[in-house]
Design a protein around this ligand. Structure first.
Ligand code: CMC
Length: 442
C-alpha cells in the first residue's frame, strides 16, 4: 500500500482518483494523501503543519467511531444490511449447519476443516479441558457470592502462570497449544464459577461428551452418575456459542488486541477481553436485560418504562448497537432458538414482556429515529434462564462463545507486520507548568 504523501501548493493538482486532496487553510498548503481500501492513513496527516515545530495534524476519535485499528480477514460485518460472516461464511448457514468447535477451527485457521482435521481438533480441545488442581483451590478462595465473571477473569489470567512457555509468542507450536487450551478450559472455569456460587462441589470435565454437552454436565450434574441433557438444549447452546464466536473489532476484542500488542501471553490478553465483556454496555447487557424485564414485571408496566427510557432515565437494555443500524442477524437466529428451548423447558414468563417491549419499541419514533433494534443480548438471557442459569452466569456464556474469536484475532494480530504496541495519542487539556506548593501553604 502506498503511503507516501506529497505536499503541493495547488489543490487542483491531485490527479489520481485514489487520493484525497486536503488544503490547510491556516497555511494555504494542499496535500495529496493516498486512499487505499477506503481509508487514509492517520499518520499521513502528520506532515500537515503550520511550522517546523508543529507536531503535525492528528485525528480526534474518542471511542473509535471512524478509525480502523487493523486489517482483518476474520469477520465481515455490514451493519446497515444486517450481514455477519465468519471467514466469508454467513452466520445463518453456520448456525444451521455447523458446530461450535468447527466454527472455532474456521475462525482460528481461516478455512473449514476436513473431516480428519475436525476430528483431530475436537480431540485436542477435548483433551485439554482439565485444569491444574490449584486452579480449583484458587477458585474456592472466592467469597460465596463472588460474581462469576470476576472469577472467570481472574482464573483465565492465572492460567498464564501455569504455562510460562506461553510468553514466547514467536513459537507457533506453543501459540497453537495455548489457543487450544483457552478454548478447552473456558467452560471448565465457567462451570467451576457456577458451582462455587451455587455451593455445589465442582464437577470435572467428561471427555466422552461433546463441548456443549460437557459444559452442561459440569454445570448441572448432581447426585447422578450420568447427566444426559436434552439434545435440543445441547444444540441450542451450541448455536448460541456460534452466534457469539466473533464480532470483529468490538470492545472486548479491541481490549485483547490492545493488551496483546504489548506481546504479553494470550491468557493475559484474553483476561483483558473478559474484563471488557463484563461491562453492561457490552456482554453484561444480557444480565441487565433480565434484571430489566423482572423490574418491568408485567406487560401493563411497559408504557411507563418506555417513557422513562425516552426521558433519558435509563436505557432499554438489549437494544441498539454501534454497528448494526437495521437489524442484528444474531437476534433473529436467537429468537428461533428460544422456541426450540422453550419447547423443552416450558415458556419463560418474561418472554411475554420481552415480545411486547420489542413490539412497542419498534413502532416508537424515539427508537425508529435512532435505529435502535434488538441485539444479540435481548433474547439470549431468556434462553439462559430457561436452561436454569442465574443471570450472573449469562455473560460467562458469552465469554465462552467469544473465546475462539478472541484467540483468532490475537493470532492475526501477532502475525501482522503492520502492528506495533497500541498507543493512542491524546489532546492535553490540563494545566500549564506550575510550581509545587507545600501542603501547609495550599
Ligand atoms: N436505549 C435507549 N436509548 C438508546 C439505547 C438504548 N438501548 N441505545 C442507544 N440509545 C440512544 C442514545 O441515548 C443516543 O440518543 P441521542 O442521540 O438522543 O443522545 C442514540 O441512541 C445513539 O446512542 P449511542 O450511545 O451514541 O450509541 P453507541 O453506538 O455509542 O452505543 C450501545 C451502542 C450498544 C452501547 C448502546 O446502544 C447501548 O447502550 N445499548 C444498551 C446496552 C446493550 O444492549 N449492549 C449490548 C450490545 S450488543 C452485544 C455486545 O456487543 O456486547
Amino acid at each position: 500500500m502506498t503511503t507516501q504523501p506529497t505536499a503541493t501548493t495547488d489543490a487542483s493538482s491531485g490527479s489520481g482518483s485514489e487520493t484525497l486532496t486536503v488544503t490547510d487553510n491556516r497555511t494555504g498548503v494542499s496535500y495529496e494523501l493516498p486512499i487505499a481500501e477506503g481509508t487514509i492513513r492517520a499518520t499521513d496527516l502528520r506532515q500537515i503543519k503550520v511550522n517546523d515545530d508543529d507536531f503535525g495534524l492528528m485525528t480526534y476519535d474518542p471511542a473509535f467511531m471512524n478509525t480502523a485499528s487493523c486489517r482483518s480477514a476474520v469477520t465481515y460485518l455490514d451493519g446497515d444490511k444486517g450481514v455477519l460472516r465468519y471467514r466469508g461464511y454467513p452466520i445463518e448457514q453456520l448456525a444451521d449447519k455447523s458446530s461450535f468447535l468447527e466454527v472455532s477451527y474456521l475462525l482460528v485457521h481461516g478455512e473449514l476443516p476436513t473431516s480428519a482435521e475436525l476430528d483431530s481438533w475436537v480431540d485436542e480441545i477435548t483433551h485439554h479441558t482439565f485444569v491444574h488442581d490449584n486452579v480449583r483451590t484458587f477458585m474456592q478462595g472466592f467469597r460465596y457470592d463472588a460474581h462469576p465473571m470476576g472469577m472467570l477473569q481472574s482464573s483465565v489470567g492465572m492460567l498464564s502462570t501455569f504455562y510460562p512457555e506461553a510468553k514466547d509468542i514467536t513459537d507457533e507450536a506453543s501459540n497453537h497449544l495455548q489457543i487450544v487450551r483457552l478454548i478447552a478450559k473456558m467452560p471448565t472455569l465457567g462451570a467451576f464459577a457456577y458451582r462455587h456460587i451455587t455451593g455445589k462441589p465442582y464437577v470435572y470435565p467428561n471427555n466422552e461428551l461433546s463441548y456443549s454437552e460437557n459444559f452442561l454436565a459440569m454445570l448441572f450434574t448432581t447426585g447422578v452418575p450420568k447427566y444426559t441433557p436434552d439434545p435440543r438444549i445441547v444444540k441450542a447452546l451450541d448455536v448460541l456459542f456460534i452466534l457469539h464466536a466473533d464480532h470483529e473489532q468490538n470492545c472486548s476484542t479491541s481490549a485483547v488486541r490492545s493488551v496483546g500488542s504489548s506481546q504479553v501471553d494470550p491468557y493475559s490478553a484474553v483476561a483483558a477481553g473478559v474484563s471488557a465483556l463484563y461491562g453492561p454496555l457490552h456482554g453484561g447487557a444480557n444480565e441487565a436485560v433480565l434484571q430489566m424485564l423482572r423490574r418491568i414485571e408485567k406487560v401493563e408496566n411497559i408504557p411507563a418504562f418506555i417513557e422513562g427510557v425516552k426521558g433519558g432515565k435509563e436505557r432499554l437494555m438489549g437494544f441498539g448497537h454501534r454497528v448494526y443500524k437495521n437489524f442484528d442477524p444474531r437476534a433473529t437466529i436467537i429468537k428461533k432458538a428460544c422456541d426450540d428451548v422453550f419447547e423443552v423447558t416450558g415458556v419463560n414468563p418474561l418472554l411475554a414482556i420481552a415480545v411486547e417491549l420489542e413490539k412497542i419499541a419498534l413502532q416508537d419514533e424515539y427508537f425508529v429515529k435512532r435505529k435502535l433494534y434488538p441485539n444479540v443480548d435481548f433474547y439470549s438471557g431468556l434462553i439462559y434462564e430457561a436452561l436454569g442459569m442465574p443471570p450472573e452466569m449469562f455473560t460467562v456464556l458469552f465469554a465462552i462463545g467469544r473465546t475462539p474469536g478472541w484467540v483468532a484475532q490475537w493470532k492475526e494480530l501477532i502475525g501482522d507486520k503492520d502492528q506495533k504496541i497500541s498507543r493512542p495519542r491524546q489532546i492535553y487539556i490540563g494545566s500549564d507548568e506550575r510550581d509545587y506548593v507545600a501542603i501547609g501553604s495550599r
